[in-house]
Design a protein around this ligand. Structure first.
Ligand code: GAP
Length: 429
């Protein structure tokens, strides 16, 4: 990846409406980001695809959408009020702060001071974000959830008693999490407000079963990213050293992406054992066998914002004069763009409008563009990753066919107008 790709992607993200700094007119707010008209479509497509593959495609997984703010006792029991911390060190020379456990960043920074590091002793900060509720003093202290996960654990009994699901099974959830990060940075990579997409998979407490299920999910999650087009060579697993594991994890591995700022965590696969259900004093009874136990949990925890960032970085290509976002068609904000060859020919515009309306009525997110010349319109759609452009020309009025131009190859094909919807549905399936 070229050294300036990161800056180019950040700039494209703002220029084309993917991601804006939060509260931009007031100078932004560190660690917070807003998703623009294209960003919200892109992020929704990532989440929709995740939900389709993790919930709809599996009989053993159900979904949940828990509240962001929970009874603060949840965070006492889960260990987060004590152990959800980051050790921070400050450079005594320039006062920049770093996470003490990010050895590479620390070493990299020392290079800016001729290799001589002078650091404060690590100081521990809790990452939970406090909120105060109620109108009268003293207000009730609560927390914005630091991981979406606890909402699943505290609903474990509700889910098993209100559905027919039985161990082994999973509960999937997508939602916002908040961390009082002291060093937010690298664009959306480390934010204070972000979204997670997680699966908590409950199994019988058994070492062999735990290893097997952990391995299966590890493989499935890596295959998910590769299947959606991320370059295999830029992905790897990294096992957490015991001293760097989260307080709840018996074992953990990350899926990492080789970002322009170094190999970085994409998603964590965690063996949480009975840490959480045990702390919340939740057990499970198998109604058939009468067996009662505290299930173990294998977790896959991905960041939606990190997925969006890495998909963007990986998709960014320069091809001669054009910039192409080679996003997987299912993730691309617009699936298709429709153009009349000339904007001042009412017959062409009318036909193109009809096609645009039919495609959108069939559930395809379509863009309309009648400005400038056709080459500029293609370039503009390439830059936002639109996989196909449809052009209505004079011949279309005669033969009922249009030109479909494919983004990555720029190859053009004639397709009958009445076959367009099924043509795109086939390509997207
Ligand atoms: N429930 C387990 C859990 O939260 P984690 O490794 O702390 O595990 C999981 O977080 C994922 O959430 C990470 O792999 C990352 O994708 C995302 N994530 C965590 N902190 C983040 C932050 N500050 N900004 C953006 N994404 C973050």
């Amino acid at each position: 990846m070229a050294s300036d790709t990161f800056e180019k992607v950040v700039s494209l993200a703002k220029r084309r409406g993917f991601v804006y700094p939060s509260s931009d007119i007031y100078g932004g707010f560190a660690g917070f980001w807003d998703y623009g008209p294209l960003g919200v479509e892109f992020k929704n497509n990532i989440k929709r695809q995740w939900w389709a593959d993790m919930v709809y495609a599996r009989e053993d997984v159900v979904g949940l959408d828990a509240a962001i703010i929970m009874n603060p006792q949840v965070w006492e029991a889960s260990g987060h009020t004590k152990a959800f911390t980051d050790p921070l060190v400050e450079c005594k020379i320039c006062h920049k702060r770093f996470k003490a456990d990010q050895d590479e960043d620390v070493k990299e920074h020392e290079k800016t001071h001729a290799g001589k590091g002078s650091w404060t002793a690590p100081k521990v900060f809790n990452l939970l974000t406090e909120v105060y509720l109620g109108a009268t003093e003293p207000k009730q202290k609560a927390y914005l959830r630091g991981e979406i996960t606890q909402g699943v654990f505290v609903n474990f009994a509700n889910v098993t008693s209100s559905t027919r699901i039985k161990v082994p099974f999973g509960i999937a959830q997508i939602g916002k999490a908040f961390r009082n990060e002291v060093t937010p940075g690298n664009f959306t990579f480390r934010s204070r407000e972000f979204e997670q997409m997680e699966l908590e998979y409950f199994i019988k407490p058994d070492e062999k079963e735990g290893k097997k299920v952990f391995g299966e999910w590890k493989k499935a999650r890596m295959a998910w990213y590769v299947g959606l087009g991320i370059d295999k060579k830029k992905l790897r697993f990294r096992e957490h050293e015991p001293e760097k594991r989260a307080h709840y994890a018996r074992f953990a591995e990350d899926i990492e992406y080789e970002a322009p700022f170094g190999w970085s965590e994409f998603e964590g696969i965690h063996h949480r054992g009975d840490f959480d259900l045990g702390n919340h004093k939740i057990t499970y009874k198998d109604e058939e066998t009468g067996e009662e136990f505290t299930p173990w949990v294998i977790e896959t925890s991905g960041g939606v914002d990190r997925a969006a960032l890495f998909f963007l970085l990986d998709a960014y290509h320069e091809d001669g004069k054009r910039i192409v976002l080679k996003l997987h068609p299912r993730l691309a904000p617009y699936k298709v763009a429709v153009f009349p060859l000339l904007a001042n020919k009412p017959d062409l515009v009318k036909k193109a409008r009809e096609i645009f309306q039919t495609l959108t009525a069939n559930g395809l997110m379509a863009a309309w563009d009648a400005r400038g010349n056709i080459g500029k319109r293609y370039f503009s759609q390439d830059e936002i990753g639109t996989p196909w452009c449809v052009t209505v020309d004079f011949q279309s009025l005669e033969d009922g066919a249009v030109t479909v131009r494919e983004r990555d190859s720029a190859k053009q094909t004639r397709v009958k107008i009445e076959e367009l919807s099924s043509y795109f549905s086939k390509e997207l399936s």
